[in-house]
Ligand binder design. Structure first.
Ligand code: HEM
Ligand code: NAG
Ligand code: NAG
Length: 315
């Protein structure tokens, strides 16, 4: 009898130990049935107000997930006694959308306080942003919890820079459990949003695998010195539409970043770029699957981490 009770208890324990390590699309169905609609309404309003915000929210989820997993670490502000990730090289002067995340969080807290994590808000906002700009939808897995820590050094080492070679891009993604095909699909995020002159200057002045008139057209707003923060669209054709034009640009040597053009420069990923450039449906379906996978990088689940009440600071 005791042994039966023990084995029952043990099974329950074991069940929850496994279940807690898993994300689920219905995680908030009973604890916060309006979570997803609340986030979607706020994202739609933010993107209607400024289309680029959709790109900025998508990028926040990427920069969150690549640094110790999708745990909301990127949202933590620096304080006198805490160093977050916001001043890391890939983030400083570059990532944006924190005010919008605050707005979303306060609306979600108003309907269900202390239930929905900041990390899950980023994952849902990324999906809703892509949809708002005309891209594919997918079912977001939920149940991530928020970190109480952040890592400036991991943000600097694990988020690939725009100077990356193809092999460096492949290994940066492989280090996060994402294969080369997923890396190429996820890079299609650069069909929306903007980059600063400092991120593409060397490419437009010094590279040869770039369409000459495209390079010339960018130079007036990105001088060889100065104007570091001047912006250019990552997708020269349709900067605010989530479509497959990013890949069409690459085929025409019109990738804005060195790292973008690396995907179509005579290497192993050329054929995938060509395929996406002619089939937006193939790109959309691969992108959606890869986003689900990126969103599942090392989440905190069960009783790990916390549900922050303010995304900018630990409880
Ligand atoms: C493949 C490696 C990647 C590299 C090297 C890279 C690099 C960059 C750089 C340098 C910028 C411009 C930043 C600036 O100048 O301020 C940028 C912007 C952006 N990135 Fe990436 N990125 C990569 C992958 C991704 C992925 C996987 C996503 C999303 C899943 C993403 C989403 C974005 C978006 C949406 C923007 C525009 C943001 C805005 O306008 O606010 N990137 N990226
Ligand atoms: C271009 O390359 C030259 C030679 O390597 C270098 O001196 C110069 O700073 C580079 N220019 C830019 C804009 O990167
Ligand atoms: C470069 O782009 C321009 C403008 O889109 C186009 O007319 C031209 O044919 C391209 N050049 C090459 C060499 O493909």
């Amino acid at each position: 009898m005791a042994s039966l009770a023990f084995s029952f208890t043990f099974s329950i324990f074991f069940f929850f130990a496994i279940a807690s390590a898993q994300l689920s699309s219905t995680f908030y169905s009973s604890s916060c049935p309006n979570a997803l609609s609340t986030i979607q309404t706020a994202v739609k309003a933010a993107v209607a107000n400024e289309k680029r915000m959709g790109a900025s929210l998508l990028r926040l989820h990427f920069h969150d997930c690549f640094v110790n997993g999708c745990d909301g670490s990127i949202l933590l502000d620096d304080t006198s006694s805490f160093t977050g990730e916001k001043t890391a090289l890939p983030n400083a002067n570059s990532v944006r959308g924190f005010d919008v995340v605050d707005t979303i969080k306060s609306k979600v807290e108003a309907v269900c306080p202390k239930v929905v994590s900041c990390a899950d808000i980023l994952a849902v906002a990324a999906r809703d942003s892509v949809v708002a700009l005309g891209g594919p939808s997918w079912t977001v897995q939920l149940g991530r919890r928020d970190s109480t820590t952040a890592s400036l050094s991991t943000a600097n080492s694990d988020i690939p820079p725009p100077t990356s070679s193809l092999s460096a891009l492949i290994s940066a993604f492989s280090n996060k459990g994402l294969n080369t095909n997923e890396m190429v699909a996820l890079s299609g995020s650069h069909t929306i949003g903007q980059a600063r002159c400092t991120s593409f200057r060397a490419r437009i002045y010094n590279e040869t695998n770039i369409n000459t008139s495209f390079a010339t057209s960018l130079k007036s707003n990105c001088p060889s010195t100065g104007g570091d923060n001047n912006l250019a669209p990552l997708d020269t054709l349709t900067a605010t539409v989530f479509d497959n034009n990013y890949y069409k640009n690459l085929v025409g040597n019109k990738g804005l970043l060195h790292s973008d053009q690396q995907l179509y420069n005579g290497g192993s990923t050329d054929s995938q770029v060509t395929s996406y450039s002619t089939s937006s449906s193939t790109f959309f379906s691969d992108f959606a699957s890869a986003m689900v996978k990126m969103g599942s990088i090392s989440p905190l689940t069960g009783s790990s981490g916390e549900i922050r009440t303010n995304c900018r600071k630990t409880n």
